[in-house]
Design a protein around this ligand. Structure first.
Ligand SMILES: *Cc1c(COP(=O)(O)O)cnc(C)c1O
Length: 358
């Protein structure tokens, strides 16, 4: 049998592991920070109708500039953004990949602040870009000083700021983003995948005027409950959007994707109606875990990282045996759990309490 090492693989990919959060069929899946609420029936009906309508023209290539979708996204984001400041792709992971294709590459370096989103280093690898994680403080918080000194030390071409941060949930201040921008001549990417859940972290969109190297990445995968559709997007200077056009594959957003996303955005209020309850469940997780003697980190997102887990691999397996899937992100003595519906959250807390009692 042929194995990877038999192939003339790029040297930098040898021995590397692909992204691999387990995809298991369990009653309570709280491992990849999806919005676990189902879409309202009338929204589903509208999506199906709009996707059905474009099926008639599916023999032709889709609108390469996805004008309708970009307009809808600009409208959703507000802040007087213009359509020519918006870009989109198949998930924000693809947006990030395009950013690295345009602004990274051999001899260039990207800087993140770990622990952070595991895809940054993998996307950097695929784009032959060196990647370094600088440290956060002991509670995973960032300060303008920490950011400035890491940028001074590493001189990155791309700075990755995750706001709020995954997997720790940590909020990020606009002061931190401004400090990063002022400290580098490179690209500053603010990944706002969880922005809609934030109480404290403010969107960096207000910082865009006069900052052409500032890129804000967003997604419909989390708050919008649209992970399966694969829609991520970017707000930035129109020149950055031109850079994306250089590296995107022609017609990368299918007509079905465009139609489904436009339909979903027409129902933004209905889809985001669950966000308030998810925040309540997140805060409830923090409170109850603390009462149980765990050490939850403060979260501005729809998940909670908690310490005080003596054997994360074992707790993960024992929760799974009770039908609850959480995430072991590899930070010692921690696990991460997504805030689900009230029932799912209760199931998680109950299962964990049972383990503690044993
Ligand atoms: C989930 C997540 C994304 C979203 O990825 P998509 O490709 O849009 O589904 C992006 N960034 C972070 C930090 C995430 O956690």
């Amino acid at each position: 049998m042929t194995s990877l090492s038999d192939l003339p693989l790029r040297e930098s990919l040898r021995g590397r592991e692909p992204y691999g959060a387990p995809q298991l069929s369990v009653p309570v899946a709280l491992n990849v920070n999806e919005n676990t609420h189902e879409l309202p029936e009338d929204v589903i009906k509208d999506i199906v109708k709009r996707v059905g309508a474009v099926a008639h023209g599916i023999n032709r290539y889709p609108d390469r500039e996805f004008e309708g979708l970009r307009k809808a996204l600009a409208n959703y984001l507000g802040h007087n953004l213009d359509t020519n400041q918006i870009w989109a792709a198949n998930g924000s992971n693809e947006v990030l990949q395009q950013i690295f294709q345009a602004f990274g590459g051999p001899g260039r370096l990207a800087l993140g602040f770990g622990p952070t989103y595991s895809m940054y280093s993998l996307i950097a690898l695929g784009a032959d870009t060196q990647y370094v994680d600088a440290d956060r403080d002991e509670r995973y918080e960032l300060t303008p000083d920490l950011i400035r000194s890491a940028i001074a030390e590493h001189k990155p071409n791309i700075v990755m700021l995750c706001s709020p941060n995954n997997p720790t949930g940590t909020p990020l201040s606009l002061e931190c983003i401004e400090a990063a921008y002022d400290a580098t001549d490179g690209i500053v990417v603010v990944d706002e995948a969880y922005a809609e859940f934030a109480n404290e972290s403010q969107t960096a969109i207000s910082l865009l005027p006069g900052r052409p190297r500032l890129l804000i990445s967003r997604t419909m995968s989390k708050a919008f409950a649209f992970a399966g559709a694969r829609v991520g997007y970017l707000a930035a200077d129109p020149a950055v959007v031109d850079a994306m056009r250089l590296v995107r594959l022609p017609y990368h957003l299918s007509a079905f994707t465009q139609a489904a996303a436009e339909a979903a955005l027409d129902h933004a209020d209905a889809l985001l109606a669950t966000v308030a309850d998810i925040r309540v469940q997140r805060d409830r997780i923090v409170d109850e875990l603390r009462t149980m003697g765990f050490d939850p980190y403060r979260s501005d997102s729809n998940f909670v990282l908690f310490g005080g887990v003596s054997d994360p691999a074992r707790t993960f397996t024992e929760l799974l045996a009770r039908g609850v899937l959480v995430r072991n992100v590899g930070i010692p003595n921690t696990l991460r759990v997504t805030a689900g519906t009230e029932a799912e959250t209760s199931a998680f807390l109950k299962a964990l309490a049972e383990l503690q009692a044993n």
